[in-house]
Ligand binder design. Sequence first.
Ligand code: NDP
Length: 291
Amino acid sequence: MELIDGNKIAAEIAAELKIEVSAIAGRKPCIALLRVGDDVASISYVRKKEKTAAEIGLESRIILPPVTISQAELFALIDQLNNDPGVDGILVQSPLPKHIDEVAVFRRVSPAKDVDGFNTLNLGKVAQEDETGFVACTPAGIMELLARSGVDLKGKHVVVLGRSLIVGKPVALLALQKKAGANGTVTICHSATANLPAMTRQADVLIAAIGRAEFVTADMVKPGAVVIDVGINRVVDASKKSGYRLTGDVHFVSVAPLCAKITPVPGGVGPMTVAMLMKNTLKAYRLQACG
Ligand code: NDP
């Protein structure tokens, strides 16, 4: 079994980006990170994005509206950033408070600054295999992780567990694309799928993104499979100072010995998501600089 080290691969990408950014004379690419309220996980995700941007040499602007912000006020804030020539990329940290329509917010971000890749136009470009758009960071990170780990999806059965707009659907579309590294035969499973273990056991490459701690057990995995664990779940653990530990959607201890390759949690897909956000910000800057 080979552990796919997301921290190492993300650091390689960051180093490549740093070289590219250092060659830019004048204004550096800038990402606006918008976090509504004080969700504990969101605070740490935005902090990590800010820190990585600084390491690469990108500028970041942190915008922290209160949890009580109305949808109209949030739209006005996004419009301001859409029209600001000093801002190349805009990220609205999910989840948003319940009174705000998240998909409407994703649609409000200008497609040209949508470094999160959740805008309708950019999701459509993924379906059309149009590379001028932005691919959502976690799905893009998964594909990059596979490519840099020598996993070619051509001819493989890829089973995606989860059909969210953020992970499941776009990663399935990417695995399906008619291009080098992709060309997978893709099955998407969800909460209404019958006999889930029978489906997952067919996977040469299993991508688990359901948000259920340690849901995928050894009996659900084909020996020799590649397993990508996207899940980030907090489970209570009294032995930890924080009172919880992070775990994926895969029961790592029992599944890992069966696999050809597997990603850990933490240290697998998570760091790749951040790396791809930085890559998208540089792409947004270049697209805008080129008119
Ligand atoms: P969502 O809750 O939006 O979607 C979960 C999906 O899993 C849904 O399609 C749901 O089905 C399906 N599902 C839930 N329970 C089951 C079940 N028992 N059997 C089969 N399918 C099930 O989650 P996200 O896609 O946003 O995130 C998934 C996980 O990935 C989370 O743990 C999240 O924290 C993590 N994540 C990690 C990132 C990273 O950078 N590493 C980035 C983004 C997310 P249905 O559609 O039928 O409801």
